[in-house]
Write a protein that binds this ligand. Sequence first.
Ligand code: FAD
Length: 460
Amino acid sequence: MPNSNIAEILKSTLRGEVVQPGDAGYDEARRLYNGMIDKRPRLIARCVDVADVITAVNFGRDNGLLTAIRGGGHNGPGLGSCDDGLVIDLSPMKGITVDPQTHLVQVGPGHSQGDVDHATSAFGLAVPAGIVSSTGIGGLTLGGGHGYLTRRYGLTIDNLVETDVVLADGSFVTADKERHPDLFWALRGGGGNFGVVTRFVFRAHPVTTVYAGPMFWDVKHARKIMQWYREFIPRAPMELTLFFGLKTVPSTDPFPREIWGRKICALICCFDGSPEAGEEELAPIRRELPPAILDAVGEMPFPALQSLFDPLLPPGLQWYWKGDFVKELPDAAIDAHLEHAARAPSELSLMHLYPIDGAVHRVAPDETAWSCRDATWSMVIAGIHPEPAGAEAIRTWGRNYWEAVHPFNLGGAYINFMMEEGDERIHATYGGNYRRLVAVKNKYDPGNFFRVNQNIKPTV
Ligand SMILES: Cc1cc2nc3c(=O)[nH]c(=O)nc-3n(C[C@H](O)[C@H](O)[C@H](O)COP(=O)(O)OP(=O)(O)OC[C@H]3O[C@@H](n4cnc5c(N)ncnc54)[C@H](O)[C@@H]3O)c2cc1C
């Protein structure tokens, strides 16, 4: 059927807007966060409510259209969109309700993590999520979700208590530990494989101000600081999160001009408590490590920390990601990191190690789909460049860096830090949970309608 005809059919049944090639808003509507990805969908269904999502799912399936689900559009390989297919765009589906008594937070699938921080902070609460506020809460949650509150309160999925889901056959279910427990198990880490989540309910925790911010050292100290960090973090209290980075100081405000462009190693700190207690917990850093060239740690509202990096990372930059779960950091791995980080092709390119311990380890590997509960860190190597001309350089750097450190790491990676890397990587990531994920996929999406994702292939 010609596109204009099927678009008309969809338009006549959807409350939200339908955007297609040739429309004035098409380029804006199809744009993704990663400027390296340039997908041209045939139809974009901007759903405004659950009824629209049901309509769009039925429409995509009945017309044999490749169908993608879009939350915040932040996914590295652009799995929130597809070429020549239908995009179910959830961004208009907004609405957050915070219950100050139960600390439960209901969130529409079109929100960013910053929206959730904004809504909850008014109640002195926070939902554990990631470290950049513009990230979509949908994709982040379904992949797992880790950030500053992870050591203390777990992954985002460990704080997910209920979901509404539109399934591949167009039916609507509520899934939690009692209702459709197999689906709820799979949604917690299995990504967008099982249906379109139209409502998330999270458990929030009391968080007001934090003692937080970045500390930088010249890269000449990086070896010593990585060795110190690998010993320190397992002993650090759960209120303290320190993630480690190999980076370059961006040549921009608010960084002091005299350190612009310097290769550095960084500890980004978040102590969830008073500044006095935070100073005490950070004292070993200031006592045992060489003097920092930047120490911007101070008291701030939690949402301010959550959006600290936003100005450096506007939409449209070129991104190439590689990740791994890491259990240990032997000296040989540190040497490989230092060798490759030194060759970073742009100021924004980085390697981060995010702690995956504490509350994450208190959940059994088979309790949710997210199996790698015994990792110590989730590593990301992110090649980031402002210009399309830099795309090849960040890709080559990211791949070479990853090849060098991968032998020291565990087999899988956080799915939200992966490009499209093939079935073997997905297997390795889910480990012992993979077979059960396939069983849930067989039950809820046997035709693999939801396949624009880190795909769990059905076997029926
Ligand atoms: C700058 C930046 C910083 C980041 N920092 C962190 C971090 O600190 N911690 C962390 O855990 N992750 C982080 N991430 C990774 C992030 O979790 C992923 O990029 C994630 O995919 C973003 O979700 P989204 O909704 O924006 O993505 P989209 O591109 O919209 O969607 C990605 C995939 O998620 C699925 N999906 C999204 N919404 C739904 C839904 N409602 N129902 C069903 N499936 C859905 C779909 O399969 C889709 O293919 C970061 C990403 C970026 C770009």
